[in-house]
Each structure stands twice: as structure tokens, then as C-alpha cells.
Design a protein around this ligand. Structure first.
Ligand code: UDX
Ligand code: UDX
Length: 547
């Protein structure tokens, strides 16, 4: 009431009470038009959200009602789901609908068992779902109603035709754009959230404007930088939010509208506005730089094994240089995840198409070293175990591409397991978050098939017989000749390795692909231990790293 009085009395207000007021009136979905004018007078230039809101509601005389700003996100996946949940949490005045063609995925988002495992996600979803956060399969309805449409659908690597094995297949993106054009009855801001090749926005813009029926579209690129396992923290406190748009007045207005959404919780200096192509390329560049650091340290790990240096000591020393910094210097069995490889392949293809083969080859090497690291690991296992794993049971601890996620896309575990199966090993796999069905699908799927909506993925013809999936690490290790740690789950640091040792035939091997165990303690127990980039056990010294 006091707030209302101060508005009517033309007192100066700061943004705080205004946020409250706008939240309230938009939640109640009704605002008398005289209040519009008064609020508009109080808007500071720092609050473009309100300008957008007010502009988009255009009162026509007394008693007209304002509509709540609506966001719709097409694609309820690892990116769309958490990102929209956090927007809903931080912007109670915005209605957020997340839509997907996958019925089972939407059902899971509406249940107690969310479709993805992400620390902190349950709480965020529970506090907004049914209030201003909705999950639905009614894609067209929500797209038609939205002011801002995020598109976060799959962009798989092409497996045939022009650019096969490198270029992104934009089929899903294109059909999303055509559907938006079909159902829209009001102007829209369309936001690229999926990782896409540079200049995708231009193609999308063409599809939309050529089918526009007089409706105006603004395309923005707003790449996602969240990392799985820490997605909620990353979204709450991002290093930066990047928004790219056209340099026209309309483009700038759209940028400001999206900026105002993030400004609800992200400090202004962390919101970077650029042109469209810079935003699209920055995403590919950031992932390529991160992946390149891992391939660099992994290349060093091979040299460490050959020379007796310890890669952890080397990366610690290197990372202490403030110009380099300590992050992303952990040697591993290889990087995985849905982004790194795909984004670099995209980058390589774009370089080739632009007549830059040297640049393309430079980035290609990051992937080659990653593949080398995975096959080097398999070769270490096989050569240590008397050059054959045929018929031997090998326990695999961890299948997800990193800890704190159940995601297995491009996980190095797939290549390591396939390598061992190729040498006729029997595998018993344990991961705290990955289901047996997922593991079997991953081991029988062709490369790149994972990046399609679930119901469009090829059915696995049959499960891989030499693979069993266990519910704990001890069951997986029982009777195994060797133990491979492929994900750095915290629980693997605390296992009772003496108990495990006693349940295994001797010599018992541990191959630590994430450097999580204390190798000295395990050797004390009696294990032969191989750890990436660490001084080699005498057992392994004369054995070739790459057969
Ligand atoms: C990330 C990246 O952002 C994206 O570029 C990449 O292609 C896949 O990985 P992410 O959210 O992790 O996105 O992907 P995913 O979990 O597979 O989610 C995509 C969702 O889009 C799926 O649920 C799929 O069913 C949905 N989808 C796909 C649609 O709703 N409509 C389509 O036409 C295609
Ligand atoms: C990455 C980017 O970090 C994120 O900004 C972008 O939005 C999506 O891609 P994500 O793939 O979820 O995120 O995980 P990330 O933490 O980057 O790890 C990727 C892979 O690199 C994992 O397999 C991880 O185990 C591996 N890794 C990471 C290493 O091997 N060593 C390291 O030092 C760091």
C-alpha cells in the first residue's frame, strides 16, 4: 500500500520495490493503465525488462490487462531443463514453459524422479513447478503464447553427406524454426541455446522471415556455459552470460530484453553483449580452449610415464603460473561429454569451409590426442595382463563422463569398454548414477547416434552379452582380474580396497583413469597399480604404452 501511495505521489523509487511491484502485478496478470504510465515514469534506464514488459503489454485505455512475460524453451534436456528452472526461480514474474517432443521426458520432469541427475536441481524445480514453471508436450501452444523462445534441441554431428563426421546436423533446429513460424501470431525473440555452428542464426533468421506472415522475429545467440554436475551453481553465479544479437535498433532492443531477464540475479558487468557471430563463435572457442588444456596435460601424462615425472606435480607447478591458472589441468583417461568433441568438430569444419586448413588441423589434434589417451589406457590394461584379456573379468568403476552426473554422452568409458570387449574381456560395470539400460544402449550404439531425441535413436539390437551391470563396486570387483576407474566418483576414494583385493584373483590390477586412489597404499595391499601420468609400477616398466 505504501508503495502504491509513493507511486501515486510521484516519489522516486529504486528498482527493488519496482521489481516487487511488477512481480506482483504481473503475477496477478492485471494492471490498470494509469499505473502503467506512472510506473513508466519511474523506470530507470537500467531496467529494460520493464520497458520490454510494458512495451509488450501495450495498454489501450482504462481497464486493459497486462500479460505476464512468457518464456518457452523447446528442448527439456540437460541444458533446457536446469536453465529454465533457474530462470523461473529467479524471475517469479515470468512464466516459463519447457516443452519437448519426448513424452517420457516431460512426464519425468513432472514427476518426483527428474530425468536428469544434477545436484540442487530437485529443490529448484520443486519450488517453482506448477507456479511459474511448467513442463509440457504441447509445443505449439506454448510457442504461440511465448514472448521469448529458447531453442535447446539436439544438433548431432552429421553421419552422412556433406560434412559427415564433422558438421552439425541442424534438422531439429530447422524444424523448430519452421514450427515457430507456423504457429506464431505475435512478435517473438528467438534465442539459440543449443551449441550451433557460427552463422546458424542467419539461417534461422531466413527461415523465420521468409515464413513470417508479417510477424517480426529477432534472433539472439545466448550460449550456455554450464557444466554438468555443477549446473545449478553455474547458473546461479555464472562467470558470464553472453548475449549476441543484430546491431540494428530492433536487435539491440531484443538484447536488452533478454539481458533484463538475467539482470534479475546476474550482476550487470557479467552480462556481455556482442554481435551474433561473436557469441556463436565464443561458445565453440571456449569449449575448444578447455578441451585443449585437457589434451595438453594428457599429452604430458604420456611423457611423464616415459620419463618418471609425475603429471600431478607437473600440472601443479604449471598451474601456479597465474597466467595459466590451475583449472582443467587434471590428467585423465580422456574428456567426454556432449560438447567438447562436437564443438571442436564444428570448429574444424567451419575452418575447413573458410579455407583455413592449418587452423582446422590445429584443433583436430585436440581430438586426436583425446582418442590416443583412451586407446593408450586400453593398451596399458591389455599389455599389463600378459597381453591378453580374453575371457578375463574386468571391473569398470564409473561409466558417466564425469562425477555427479548420470550423463554418458561421449564418455571415455564407452571407448575403453569397447576396446576391452574387442579383446574379448568380460566386463562388470558399476556406476552410482547410470542405469543398466543406458550402459547397454551406449555399448551397442554407433558413434554420434546419441545426439538424437530418445525415441528417434536406433533401438539397440540386443544387449552386449559379455557385459554385466552391478549395483555396487564390491559386487563388480568380485572375481575380477583388474579394476578400472573411469569416473572420479568420490565414493571410489573411500572403498575398502583390502576387501576388494581379497576378492580378486592374483596378480590383482588397478588401472586408475582419474587418479583418485592412493597408489602407494594400494601397492602396499598388493595391487599392481597403473595411474595416468604417474611413475610406473615396476610391473609395467618394460611394457609398451601403445602396442
Ligand atoms: C546439449 C546442447 O545444447 C545441444 O547443442 C546438443 O545438441 C545436445 O546437447 P542438451 O540439453 O544437453 O543440449 O541435450 P538433450 O538432453 O539431448 O536435450 C535436447 C532435447 O530436445 C531432448 O529432450 C529432445 O527430445 C528435444 N527435442 C529435440 C525436441 O523437443 N524437439 C526436437 O525437434 C528435437
Ligand atoms: C563443458 C564446459 O565446461 C561447459 O562450460 C559447457 O557449457 C559444456 O561443456 P561439461 O561437458 O558438462 O561442460 O563438463 P566439464 O566439467 O567441462 O568436463 C568435460 C570433460 O573433461 C569431462 O569428461 C571431465 O572429466 C574432463 N576433464 C575436465 C578432465 O579430464 N580434466 C580436467 O581437468 C577437467
Amino acid at each position: 500500500m505504501g508503495l502504491r501511495m509513493s507511486i501515486l505521489n510521484d516519489k522516486k523509487l529504486d528498482d527493488g520495490p519496482l521489481v516487487f511491484l511488477v512481480n506482483k502485478i504481473t503475477t496477478e496478470r492485471c494492471i490498470p493503465s494509469f499505473l502503467f504510465c506512472t510506473i513508466q515514469k519511474h523506470l530507470s534506464p537500467k531496467t529494460p525488462f520493464f520497458s520490454f514488459l510494458l512495451a509488450s503489454t501495450s495498454p489501450q485505455g482504462h481497464g486493459s490487462s497486462a500479460k505476464m512475460v512468457k518464456i518457452c524453451c523447446i528442448g527439456a534436456g540437460y541444458v533446457g531443463g536446469p536453465t529454465m528452472a533457474v530462470i523461473a526461480l529467479k524471475c517469479p514474474s515470468i512464466e516459463v514453459a519447457v516443452v519437448d517432443i519426448a513424452v517420457s521426458r516431460i512426464a519425468a520432469w513432472n514427476s518426483d524422479q527428474l530425468p536428469i541427475y544434477e545436484p540442487g536441481l530437485d529443490d529448484v524445480v520443486k519450488s517453482c513447478r506448477g507456479k511459474n514453471l511448467f513442463f509440457s508436450t504441447d509445443v505449439e501452444k506454448h510457442v504461440a503464447e511465448a514472448d521469448i523462445i529458447f531453442v535447446s534441441v539436439n544438433t548431432p554431428t552429421k553421419t552422412r553427406g556433406l560434412g559427415a563426421g564433422k558438421a552439425a546436423d541442424l534438422t531439429y533446429w530447422e524444424s523448430a524454426a519452421r514450427m515457430i513460424a507456423d504457429v506464431s501470431k505475435s512478435d517473438k525473440i528467438v534465442v539459440e541455446k543449443s551449441t550451433v555452428p557460427v552463422k546458424t542464426a542467419e539461417a534461422i533468421e531466413k527461415i523465420l522471415t521468409h515464413n513470417s506472415k508479417g510477424i517480426k522475429y529477432q534472433i539472439l545467440s545466448n550460449p550456455e556455459f554450464l557444466a554438468e554436475g555443477t549446473a545449478i551453481d553455474d547458473l546461479f553465479a555464472p562467470d558470464r552470460v553472453l548475449i549476441g544479437g543484430r546491431e540494428t535498433p530492433e536487435g539491440q532492443k531484443a538484447i536488452q530484453a533478454l539481458k533484463s531477464v538475467y539482470a534479475n540475479w546476474v550482476p550487470e558487468e557479467r552480462i556481455i553483449c556482442t554481435n551474433l557471430w561473436s557469441a556463436e563463435l565464443s561458445k565453440l572457442a571456449a569449449n575448444a580452449f578447455l578441451a585443449q588444456r585437457i589434451s595438453s596435460v594428457n599429452a604430458m601424462s604420456a611423457l611423464c610415464e616415459a620419463t618418471g615425472a609425475d603429471v600431478a606435480e607437473v600440472s601443479h607447478a604449471v598451474g601456479k603460473d597465474s597466467r595459466i591458472g590451475p583449472k582443467f589441468l587434471n590428467a585423465s583417461v580422456g574428456f567426454g561429454g556432449s560438447c567438447f568433441q562436437k564443438d571442436i568438430l564444428n570448429l574444424v569444419y567451419i575452418c575447413e569451409c573458410n579455407g583455413l586448413p592449418e587452423v582446422a588441423n590445429y584443433w583436430k589434434q585436440v581430438i586426436k590426442v583425446n582418442d590416443y589417451q583412451k586407446s593408450r589406457f586400453v593398451n596399458r590394461i591389455v599389455s599389463s595382463m600378459f597381453n591378453t584379456v580374453s575371457g578375463k573379468k574386468i571391473a569398470i568403476l564409473g561409466f558417466a563422463f564425469k562425477k555427479d552426473t548420470g550423463d554418458t554422452r561421449e564418455t571415455p568409458a564407452i571407448d575403453v569398454c569397447k576396446g576391452l570387449l574387442g579383446d574379448k574381456a568380460r566386463l562388470s560395470i558399476y556406476d552410482p548414477q547410470v542405469t543398466e539400460d543406458q550402459i547397454q544402449r551406449d555399448l551397442s550404439m554407433n558413434k554420434f547416434d546419441w545426439d538424437h531425441p530418445l525415441h528417434l535413436q536406433p533401438m539397440s539390437p540386443s544387449s552386449v552379452k559379455q557385459v554385466s551391470v552391478e549395483w555396487d563396486a564390491y559386487a563388480a570387483a568380485k572375481g575380477a582380474h583388474g579394476l578400472c576407474i573411469l569416473t572420479e566418483w568420490d565414493e571410489f576414494k573411500k572403498l575398502d580396497y583390502r576387501r576388494i583385493y581379497e576378492s580378486m584373483p592374483k596378480p590383482a590390477f588397478v588401472f586408475d583413469g582419474r587418479n583418485v586412489v592412493n597408489a602407494a597404499e594400494l601397492r602396499e595391499i598388493g595391487f599392481v597399480v597403473y595411474a595416468i601420468g604417474k611413475p610406473l609400477d615396476s610391473w609395467l616398466k618394460d611394457m609398451p604404452a601403445v602396442a
